[in-house]
Design a protein around this ligand. Structure first.
Ligand code: NAD
Ligand code: WQD
Length: 348
């Protein structure tokens, strides 16, 4: 029997890439998305890339009746939960909107899942849940301590899901919750076809879309936020991961939830990163080399809330999910650039 996966937020950047990977791996895909930060065009392109169709519902995950109807209609076996808001700055301005969409939205989702007795869940968490640490390489057992409403919404959801899983053990429930909390580092890149990619609204917050919009002439100049960090060249270091590698981690997580490791249920966190960091200046230099385009930049003051250096220890995902990132920085940049050149206005 073909397993059906419900992908919340499947029209978005990471969700659309996950849909391609799921369809290519032989799963049936159902998407629920309210299109608040995405366009239907991404779903059409996923279908064009794979030659397979998606069962799409335009609905908000906070709409319990709409979600219940989807679970009644479709024989869902596992949920990958991407839907949510993700801009750190915006979350400081509109915290309630973030808690409502992310925390309450997830609450409604797991409630409906529970009623439908669907108890396998892969959740999009983030490296932002970690607190500050002396070590720049983060392992899953490091203390949590998000510093903005967006990060705290992810941490609260993690807590809620851990509680849900723990309650199963107390109740000795037969169908135990099986949950993978995937903590993404910095996803960048696009599908190698150039047909789907990241399509930020307005001026991008994140480094890679900003760099690529400067290179194509849509934005004038990149501000490098600080060159006085205690790093090898003074600029911030992050663990950039190709979005296709990242979504492959979700396919592996689904397999793990069905396997021996989660036989008795559980809720485990896994870092998804490459395990190596690059500085902002290294990103610019590699971008210029790979694309042949100049990136106009200036050094600007530090951005509030930024860490000097942050990269993953991804050993646990290798050990327990049999997953590791395979694409290098050149691949990530070449695919970002192809998407940018072929879709200068994104999906519109
Ligand atoms: P995205 O905004 O492109 O995708 C999110 C999708 O969810 C969008 O299509 C949006 O329309 C939809 N959505 C939002 N609220 C919804 C709601 N209430 N009901 C139904 N649909 C809703 O973002 P993305 O980059 O693809 O991120 C996906 C997930 O991964 C998010 O949960 C995000 O927090 C998490 N994440 C992203 C990054 C990153 O750098 N992109 C890093 C770590 C974690
Ligand atoms: C990367 C580096 C900046 C923009 C954020 C969220 C995090 C996660 C991923 C969702 C840093 C520098 C950036 C610019 C710059 N999202 N930079 N000029 O901050 O690691 O993580 O996105 O979960 O929650 O916080 O990513 O791409 O914004 O920054 O110099 O215009 O690039 O200072 O060193 P970050 P980023």
């Amino acid at each position: 029997m073909v397993n059906t996966i419900l992908v919340t937020g499947g029209a978005g950047y990471i969700g659309s890439h996950a849909c391609v990977e799921l369809l290519d791996s032989g799963y049936r895909v159902v998407v629920v998305d309210n299109l608040s930060n995405s366009k239907m065009e991404s779903i059409k392109r996923v279908q064009a890339i794979t030659g397979k169709s998606i069962s799409f519902y335009q609905a908000d995950i906070r709409d319990k009746q709409a979600l219940t109807d989807i679970f009644t209609k479709e024989a869902i076996s596992t949920v990958i939960h991407f839907a949510g808001l993700k801009a750190v700055g915006e979350s400081c301005e509109q915290p309630l909107n973030y808690y409502h969409n992310n925390v309450y939205g997830t609450l409604v989702l797991v409630d409906v899942m529970s009623n439908a007795n669907v108890k396998r869940l892969v959740f999009s968490s983030s490296a932002t849940v970690y607190g500050e640490s002396k070590q720049a390489q983060y392992s899953e057992n490091f203390p949590l301590g998000a510093i903005n409403p967006y990060g705290r919404s992810k941490a609260m959801i993690e807590d809620m899901l851990r509680d849900l899983s723990a309650a199963d053990n107390i109740a000795k429930a037969k169908a135990s919750w099986k949950i993978a909390l995937l903590r993404y580092f910095n996803p960048i890149g696009a599908h190698e076809s150039g047909k789907i990619g990241e399509d930020p609204n307005g001026i991008p917050n994140n480094l890679m879309p900003y760099v690529s919009q400067v290179a194509i002439g849509k934005l004038e100049q990149l501000s490098v936020f600080g060159n006085d960090y205690p790093t090898r060249d003074g600029t911030g270091i992050r663990d950039y991961i190709h979005v296709v590698d990242l979504v492959k981690g979700h396919i592996q997580a689904i397999a793990a939830l069905e396997g021996e490791k989660f036989k008795w249920g559980g809720c485990n966190a896994y870092n998804l990163g490459t395990g190596r960091g690059y500085s902002v200046l290294e990103i610019i230099e590699t971008f210029e080399r790979v694309t042949g385009k100049k990136v106009n930049y200036k050094i600007a003051p530090r951005r509030a809330g930024d860490l000097a250096e942050c990269f993953a220890n991804a050993d646990l995902a290798f050990k327990e999910l049999n997953w590791k990132a395979e694409k290098n920085l050149e691949n990530m940049i070449a695919d970002t650039w192809l998407w940018q050149v072929e879709n200068p206005q994104g999906y519109t």
